[in-house]
Design a protein around this ligand. Structure first.
Ligand code: GDP
Ligand code: MN
Length: 379
């Protein structure tokens, strides 16, 4: 689960990481009031679940409360990478001397969290990793021992020479680890961690992703869920009883069973394609689910082919075929559909599919290769 910057800052602040003061607003009037309370220049910052807001014009400096009103009017309603801004953070503007990066994720291969720091902060860290990987410093943390102060200090020395800054940064780095662990996060990041001309170290941006499987232990974080900011297709899928995760590729995948869905995505990648989504229609074989799945996938204009992979067990192939037929009739998809189905009522299913001139194969490998070919041609 993703949370907003202002919420991530609350979690960081709760562990003792210094952040500039501020509050969240949904109207320009509220933004002006907050700016008045802060009593100095502020930043108005779009709260959307995506990075690069600064570049997109979603982070603006405001000298006065009136200015905050104007900038909030501009930013509220703005579209940033397909997301509409519904909230802004109004926060004390600080003078910046240096910008660094601090972030922690789980390294699955090492089975340990890995803390990363870089003096090249403020910019997209993926870009730093691509162009100047030598500017990123990594350190794995033993989850039993936790992050020791000397480990945090070693990393802090990669950012600053001045011991006064190092001391502050080391504490912050250790607390980033603690925030990450305490909240069952999958990622916790400060970009940028800044220094001010008067020698303070502050987090002026914050990003925390929570592991959905840990949410049961954190009702206070579950309560932070912003339904309006979540991916519309993922929300719609949830309502329709489908497990769906949107991805960046061009092959829409409709599969029964999470394991088979993962295997399908692996095979798509193996043969050089990119899945547009993970989608598990579940074990039951309600044709309605197929229709909903198709509707959600077709809304993504990246999708150049739809790949069905159905293994009939409790799921009956004829039910899925009926779903495909009604989806084709109702939605009139403009992208090729390729189908693999095998198992319960497979023969009936093939007959049903003839009604919309579709055929199905029984080899998973064949269907994946065909999907990649067709997506390539369509693209
Ligand atoms: P992002 O673009 O979504 O990562 O949003 P950030 O919160 O990181 O802001 C982008 C950039 O705006 C930062 O890297 C800073 O350079 C600048 N910025 C943000 N807050 C302040 C501030 O209080 N003062 C100054 N001078 N610049 C800021
Ligand atoms: Mn940032």
């Amino acid at each position: 689960m993703k949370i907003h910057e202002y919420q991530a800052k609350e979690l960081f602040e709760a562990q003792g990481i210094p952040v500039p003061s501020g509050d969240v607003a949904t109207t320009p009037e509220q933004a002006r009031d907050i700016a008045e309370k802060v009593g100095k220049a502020v930043m108005v910052k779009a709260q959307v679940h995506v990075g690069g807001r600064g570049k997109a014009g979603g982070v603006k400096y405001c000298a006065t409360p009136e200015d905050a009103y104007d900038k909030a009017s501009q930013i509220l309603g703005m579209d940033i990478k397909g997301l509409t801004v519904k909230k802004v953070l109004v926060t004390e503007a600080v003078e910046i001397e240096t910008e660094s990066y601090v972030g922690i994720i789980l390294d699955r291969a090492e089975k340990k969290p890995v803390m990363m720091v870089s003096p090249a902060g403020g910019i997209d860290i993926e870009e730093v990793a691509r162009k100047t990987p030598e500017k990123i410093f990594k350190h794995h943390i033993d989850p039993i021992l936790g992050m020791q102060m000397h480990e945090a200090r070693n990393l802090a020395y990669r950012l600053y020479d001045d011991p006064k800054l190092v001391n502050q940064a080391a504490k912050i780095i250790q607390k980033v680890y603690e925030t990450y662990m305490a909240n069952d996060s999958s990622l916790a990041e400060i970009n940028p961690l800044i220094t001010t001309p008067d020698g303070r170290v502050l987090a002026i941006d914050a990003k925390i992703n929570i592991d959905d499987n840990g949410l049961e232990r954190h009702p206070e974080i579950e309560a932070m869920r912003d339904l309006e900011a979540e991916d519309a297709s993922e929300m719609e899928a949830k309502k329709a009883g489908l497990s769906f995760v949107k991805l960046e590729g061009n092959i829409g995948c409709i599969v029964n069973g999470a394991g088979l869905a993962m295997a399908t995505m692996d095979l798509v990648k193996h043969f050089g394609g990119e899945p547009a989504n993970f989608l598990d229609i579940g074990g039951s074989s309600n044709p309605e689910k197929v229709l909903n799945a198709m509707r959600i996938i077709l809304r993504d204009s990246n999708v150049k082919a739809i790949l069905f992979n159905i293994f009939g067990g409790i799921t009956r192939c004829d039910d899925v075929a009926n779903g495909i037929v009604s989806a084709v009739r109702e939605l009139n998809p403009q992208v090729p559909i390729v189908i693999r189905l095998t198992g319960t009522n497979e023969t009936e299913a093939r007959k049903i599919l003839e009604a919309v001139k579709l055929t199905a194969v029984s080899s998973m490998e064949d269907v994946v290769k065909t999907a990649i070919d067709k997506a390539g041609i369509a693209a």
